[in-house]
Ligand binder design. Structure first.
Ligand SMILES: C[S@@+](CC[C@H](N)C(=O)[O-])C[C@H]1O[C@@H](n2cnc3c(N)ncnc32)[C@H](O)[C@@H]1O
Length: 240
């Protein structure tokens, strides 16, 4: 009888249960005329920068937003899911006018009637990763949607509204991560983001930007189950 060694081999006690932080050597990026050479498809910054509030659930560092703004050079920014105001703070540093709103202030990004009349060169959204973290005690909050279908329906409305809010050459940047739980299984929210953006008449205008998730709260947790940890989220930039 053949024994598959994969199944019979014991994991030696010396194999660490936690992988300590390590340095990864990133591929060299080709020299080009980008005004922001550090902005590549692999985005790594282990300091979040002095933007927004790091203790806000779902806070993202501001460096990626800053680099996107330095690259695309918009004259106006719309930030309809502002959370702790990370994008607003970056815009104030760069002196770019920014309209920041959130469901916490009563603004529903999924409601077309609440869209500002103005059009923007750049829209930044970092929506809830469905129910991974709960935000406002308001049923219009995307993180409170009871099913995946309900979430995707409201997410589609947010993306369609953001598309409408763009000037003709405007860009919509979305930061999203995949989601997994016992009941729903693995949900590729990155795939759904692209599908919904394409359905809204947008096209992706540059590479996916894989943002290393330094400082995610999940990195300090211990789980009983076995899984492949996701250590990144994905920023996608779309245009009409
Ligand atoms: C991932 S957090 C954004 C965090 C932000 N990037 C920061 O650095 O603080 C998602 C935000 O979307 C907001 N939100 C959820 N549903 C919304 C809706 N329908 N309209 C507007 N904002 C909404 C939540 O209140 C939360 O602040």
């Amino acid at each position: 009888m053949t024994i598959n060694p994969f199944y019979t081999r014991r994991i030696p006690a010396s194999v660490p249960r936690f992988t300590p932080p390590r340095y990864a050597k990133l591929p060299l990026a080709p020299v080009n005329r980008s005004p922001v050479p550090r902005l590549t498809s692999l985005y790594h910054f282990d300091r979040a920068g002095e933007y927004g509030d790091r203790s806000y659930p779902g806070n993202c560092g501001g460096n990626l937003i800053r680099d996107l703004l330095l690259y695309f050079r918009p004259r106006s920014v719309f930030d309809p899911m502002s959370g702790s105001g990370t994008c607003r703070d970056v815009c104030s540093e760069l002196e770019i006018p920014c309209d920041s709103r959130d469901i916490h202030g009563g603004f529903d990004a999924a409601d077309p009637a609440q869209l500002p009349a103005e059009r923007f060169d750049f829209v930044w959204i970092h929506p809830p990763y469905w129910r991974q973290k709960l935000y406002a005690a308001d049923s219009r909050d995307l993180s409170r949607t009871p099913t995946l279908d309900a979430f995707l329906q409201r997410y589609a409305a947010v993306i369609a509204n953001c598309a409408k809010a763009l000037t003709p050459n405007g860009k919509l940047a979305v930061l999203m991560g995949d989601y997994c739980d016992r009941e729903a299984g693995f949900v590729s929210l990155v795939y759904h983001t692209k599908r919904l953006a394409f359905d809204a008449g947008l096209r992706q205008c540059c590479t996916d930007i894989i943002r290393f998730s330094h400082g995610a709260s999940s990195s300090r947790k211990v789980y009983r189950s076995s899984f492949i940890p996701g250590l990144h989220d994905v920023c996608m930039v779309f245009e009409r």
